[in-house]
Design a protein around this ligand. Structure first.
Ligand SMILES: [Zn+2]
Length: 145
């Protein structure tokens, strides 16, 4: 358990830029005060670290092209939002490279699939999906956060 965590931790530090590293430490310090030598064993901190790791890992996943051109090879002509959506829908395994590439295309090029602040319900969600109740107003509205 300790080893797994330490490996994970070292991997994160090895894979993030100086700026991100500073941000990470800054966040940890801010939340914890100055960490003592025991800080690595604090379950709360470890959870936080894992969450950070997941976040960083998923961001890397989205931004790094896995196999450039993977979508282009599968459509006639230009890749469009609807073609990308249909390719994604056809994948049985949603975690394969094609599905990821399609999702990445959607994330970057298709506004409709992005979650945005909804003026009506005051929550952040994808346009066209249902509004959750209760509607948030005033200081709770996502516009004001
Ligand atoms: Zn809404």
């Amino acid at each position: 358990m300790n080893n797994t965590f330490d490996t994970l931790y070292e991997n994160i530090l090895a894979n993030i830029s100086e700026g991100e590293k500073k941000g990470l430490w800054h966040n940890i310090r801010k939340k914890r005060g100055n960490p003592s030598s025991k800080w690595k064993n604090d379950p709360k901190y470890r959870k936080q670290m894992k969450d950070q790791a997941k976040k960083i890992a998923s961001e890397k996943d989205i931004h790094d092209p896995v196999r450039p051109g993977i979508l282009k090879r599968q459509v006639k002509g230009k890749v469009t939002c609807s073609k990308a959506r249909s390719i994604k829908g056809k994948q049985k395994d949603k975690s394969n490279n094609t599905a990821k590439a399609a999702q990445r295309f959607l994330n970057y090029h298709c506004e409709a699939s992005k979650a945005t602040c909804c003026g009506r319900c005051g929550r952040v969600h994808v346009k066209g999906t249902k509004c959750k109740r209760p509607y948030l107003k005033g200081k709770d509205h996502c516009r004001n956060n």
